[in-house]
Ligand binder design. Sequence first.
Ligand code: BEZ
Ligand code: FE
Length: 346
Amino acid sequence: MASISQMKDPLYVGKAIRAQLEHEIPKDLPLEKDFREGSDYTITDHVHDLHKSLCTDTRTLELVTALIDALHTFARKTKPTHAEWIKAVSLLTRAGQQSTPEVNQFVLLSDCLGLSVLLDELEHPKPPGCTEGCEPGPFFIDDVPEIPSGGSLATSETVGEKLFFEGSVKNVEGEVIPGAVVNVWQADGDGFYDVNSEVPSATNDRGKIKTLEDGSFSYRGILPTAYPIPSQGPVGEMLRALGRHSHRSAHLHFHITAPGYDDLTTALYPSHSPFLGTDPVFATKKSLICDLEQDRNADNWKRMGFSDDEVQEIGKTSGRVWLWRYNFVLPSVEAVKEFKERANLA
Ligand code: BEZ
Ligand code: FE
């Protein structure tokens, strides 16, 4: 093992390292074992041993050790050529270069590999009877205007057929949760969110609604349509190489919070939407798919809160309002904690 004076000797160590050593002397270790593929002490063992000797943060050690195991197992199983490795590195390099504050290609990669949904399931497992979750996607905004239950999420300019959403928030015991904050965001009838609209608009198709005393909430809005995730970049390239498409089924996003309950991030999908079985981000869980109804009675539209002008307009155009109902069930923070502990023990 090298001594400190050897580490500082210009005969052995170049300028850049000597400049660093002015500030910190790294711990060196004797190289005790040869490591060789096919022997009983491989490079994987050596990397682990090195980290075990040097890393003092237990969680970092746990994460990096498991990651190295997975990467080395992958390499041994698939034996990528240097050219294939370069191709993968180039994809990741471009993912970094082409990431913007609006579209982070690495998050998109995680979404399209099913990792985001898996991570959400691991951090927020749902005990039986609770509404399933899924990842939020890139268009979630926490700081949005509050609208009263029954109000409108859309403006008179919003493109698309009218929708009336009626929901409730309860716990697993069936007790209502008043005052839960329901943040809803969705695309319009052309498949655009306000933040990626062809014509940039003010806040639209999103808002926070508080549940009423009986745990219910409702809003007037627009029937969402399917839209593509960003596919011009490296992630789009990967999808095409895999024979996949970038189209997300129509959906409504929800982020629901209430004191004492585990936050729920989820989305609901109309059963009439195409692409449910081939979602690019694997978020179309069966229990989140809803059958919608169509209400063709103008008196009902008025009761839903549509204005006289809107009622006339609906009558002249689609002749219907889409009815979408869903009852959300939240687990308590305590129940999720117990559920995780039991899953860890199993
Ligand atoms: C979305 O649902 O809005 C979405 C989810 C993942 C990636 C891109 C978009
Ligand atoms: Fe979305």
